[in-house]
Write a protein that binds this ligand. Structure first.
Ligand SMILES: *[C@@H]1O[C@H](CO)[C@@H](O)[C@H](O)[C@H]1NC(C)=O
Ligand SMILES: *[C@@H]1O[C@H](CO)[C@@H](O)[C@H](O)[C@H]1NC(C)=O
Ligand SMILES: *[C@@H]1O[C@H](CO)[C@@H](O)[C@H](O)[C@H]1NC(C)=O
Length: 481
């Protein structure tokens, strides 16, 4: 009986604690700064965003650097509730890193490589256990990839993370090697590069239901943006590469676009990216579909308000939506950090602002985290239930009162102090471009390539008005001279 009491007290304390965390994460709701070259990973109803490059801050580190969006309920992209995770983030900021969902319980955020804020390569795997909110940097046996930067990772059904190509700042090379990280056993494996496509970064990659990874496009120093008139299939069962020629309305060569598998499992949808001369892809030219039965490309019919095109963004498939996160090519005053393309109807996709949970196919079942809600009809349980109920009721009442006060307080502050960064951005964007006014927002962003070879960094490129530091460049590509 005493044991039972202790057990019940533990449950009550546990619930109160959870409630506290709930209220706290509400309060830490933030308006994130712009960012690109970040990671976006969907794990158990949460969309985690980590790192990237921010042009809002001199050190280039976005604020907050680690956050998530709760996707367990319907939401509107004009009113996103971000949750700041910076206070439990103890790994250094990274950009151009690779991240997937993996681990033994399939709910660990696995991050490999990228660069730190001084552009040195990060040669580590970091893990974030999303059930216990714990970071780890495990020691991993085997040889890690020579490519560290701008890899687009894929994870298979067995928790194997495929890391193809990438750029090595130490060696100043682009690679076309394929490495595999077993995210469950935590070991490295170097596998065959025979018949692999040429070295590249910032390509498109999609895991197909038949255990084949489809790779396409990207960038390397010899060619620039790589063609989409062929795609490359990596068979993860037999470790064999093959090349397929594509047909139809082939998209122009591009990199830093995003790609997801269509809901029919028969098509690949790509969005955005950069093309020749580091130009943004035009908005009318930003969405293409590849039929993977006949390798035919086509431009899908899309209704809804077409957003400006983005590059160096990340997309994930959630329910019926291709969810596009951050990137460059938009202003936060006019467009949300999150774009939603409803792809449920193959005949007509829809750009939408509302994520409707009812329209989504059910998510994979959640592993239970909190105290086990064992239903029991014993009188003791009923009484305890009632106590817990009223405690929660009181706590919620008090909680919402403080939340209300706090919101009111914040609102007042907002009225007094407009955020200066946002205002400045607005002004920059409204400067009309002399060179090409038809490109609207895109043309206002002069492009710049950061040439990084070894530790030296020089900035070169066309269209940059030296007097206009405000028209500061955004597009950052890792290039070897
Ligand atoms: C992890 O979950 C995904 C679905 O989100 C599933 O397809 C995959 O097979 C799972 N991986 C493992 C190792 O259980
Ligand atoms: C991981 O290791 C266990 C034994 O430690 C083994 O049974 C299992 O097959 C390994 N998994 C993979 C994917 O290699
Ligand atoms: C990985 O394997 C390839 C051959 O498939 C080899 O050329 C390369 O040197 C290996 N890389 C490392 C780091 O072992």
């Amino acid at each position: 009986m005493i044991l039972l009491n202790i057990f019940l007290i533990n449950i009550i304390v546990g619930i109160l604690f959870q409630l506290l965390i709930e209220v706290k994460s509400q309060i830490t709701n933030v308006k994130p700064s712009l960012r690109n070259a970040h990671t976006a990973t969907f794990i158990n109803d949460k969309l985690y965003i980590l790192g990237g490059v921010s042009t809002d801050f001199p050190n280039g580190i976005p604020n907050p650097p680690f956050l998530y969006l709760d996707v367990s309920n319907s939401f509107d992209t004009n009113n996103l509730e971000w949750h700041d995770l910076t206070n439990i983030n103890n790994i250094p900021p990274s950009k151009y890193a690779a991240a997937i969902k993996g681990g033994a319980n399939n709910s660990t955020l696995i991050i490999y490589g990228g660069q730190n804020s001084t552009n040195l390569a990060i040669d580590l795997v970091d893990t974030f256990d999303t059930q216990n909110n714990i970071w780890n940097t495990p020691n991993i046996p085997g040889i890690p990839p020579s490519g560290k930067v701008s890899i687009i990772p894929i994870v298979d059904y067995n928790g194997l993370m495929y890391l193809f190509g990438g750029y090595s700042p130490e060696l100043s090379i682009y690679t076309n090697e394929m490495f595999v990280l077993d995210t469950i056993n935590l070991s490295w494996k170097n596998i065959s590069s025979i018949n692999a496509p040429s070295a590249r970064v910032q390509y498109g990659a999609v895991f197909l239901p038949n255990n084949i990874i489809l790779y396409m496009g990207g960038y390397n120093q010899n060619v620039g943006p790589l063609t989409l008139n062929e795609v490359y299939l990596f068979d993860t069962i037999n470790d064999i590469w093959t090349t397929k020629i594509t047909y139809g309305s082939i998209p122009s060569p591009r990199y830093s676009f995003s790609s997801v598998l269509g809901l029919d499992g028969q098509s690949i949808i790509i969005y955005g990216g950069s093309g020749h001369n580091n130009g943004f892809i035009n908005q009318e030219d930003s969405v293409y579909v590849l039929n993977i039965n006949n390798f035919n490309w086509y431009i899908p019919k899309i209704s809804g308000q077409m957003p400006s095109s983005r590059t160096f963004h990340k997309s994930v498939l959630i329910g019926n939506y291709m969810v596009i996160t951050f990137g460059e090519g938009y202003t936060p005053e006019t467009e949300s950090d999150i774009l939603l393309l409803d792809i449920s109807n193959n005949e007509e996709y829809v750009w939408t602002k509302s994520f409707n949970i009812k329209n989504t196919t059910p998510f994979s079942p959640l592993p239970s985290t909190g105290p086990n809600p064992n239903p029991s009809s014993s009188p003791a349980a009923v009484i305890v239930g009632a106590i817990i109920g009223s405690v929660i009721g009181i706590a919620i009442t008090i909680g919402s009162f403080f939340l209300y006060k706090w919101r009111k307080h914040v609102k007042k502050q907002d009225d007094v102090l407009p955020t200066s960064g946002d205002e400045e951005d607005q002004k920059i964007i409204q400067i009309p471009s002399e060179k090409d006014s038809s490109r609207a927002i895109s043309s206002d962003h002069s492009q710049e390539i950061l040439l990084i070879s070894g530790n030296t960094k020089s900035s070169v490129q066309q269209n940059v008005d030296p007097n206009s530091s405000k028209n500061e460049a955004i597009s950052e590509v890792i290039v070897q001279k």
